[in-house]
Design a protein around this ligand. Structure first.
Ligand code: DAT
Ligand code: MG
Length: 149
């Protein structure tokens, strides 16, 4: 089963949207296999967003993402990477489809509440960056046969 990395950004924590956002992924059927709250150091944020180093929005992104605690999760399920990103909506909330997290709760690209891995290589890199092997919990759910064929 596929795994993806999702992060609830500082605005999600500050605005009291952690439960609401996590619930959307849970209801979709994705299984939480790891979860923690922490505040990123600048150095760690640079590693997480290394693909964006040098872009005009990079410094603002680092300042925002390190401005308060975030909630980091690993979600598991069929097509978890694609499904998590579809549940989040487009990067710019104004372009995100109604019903997605970003469209329903945000307005600006620089305050778009959530991060999700964008491919299998990125997911593997981000899961490894954020979590140790012992933090990823392997367990089954009794509802799994009602979610997975
Ligand atoms: P996503 O978060 O949808 O994967 P991304 O990886 O391209 O999008 O960018 C990471 C974050 O950086 C994104 O959530 C918001 C911010 N960002 C991206 N492009 C931006 C831009 N042109 N101006 C301002 N912020 C931007
Ligand atoms: Mg991205």
């Amino acid at each position: 089963m596929e795994r993806t990395f999702v992060m609830l950004k500082p605005d999600a924590v500050q605005r009291g949207l952690v439960g609401e956002i996590v619930q959307r992924f849970e209801r979709r059927g994705l299984k939480i296999v790891a979860m923690k709250l922490l505040q990123m150091s600048t150095e760690f944020a640079h590693k997480h967003y290394e693909v964006h180093v040098g872009k005009p929005f990079f410094e603002g992104l680092i300042k925002y993402i390190t401005s308060g605690p975030v909630v980091a999760l690993v979600l598991e399920g069929a097509n978890a990477i694609e499904v998590a990103r579809a549940t989040m909506g487009a990067t710019h909330p104004a372009k995100a489809a109604p019903g997605t997290i970003r469209a329903d709760f945000s307005l600006e690209m620089g305050r778009n509440l959530v991060h999700g891995s964008d491919g299998s290589d990125t997911a593997a890199f981000e899961i490894g960056l954020w979590f140790g092997e012992q933090e990823l919990v392997d367990y089954g759910r009794s509802v799994d046969p009602w979610i997975f064929e």
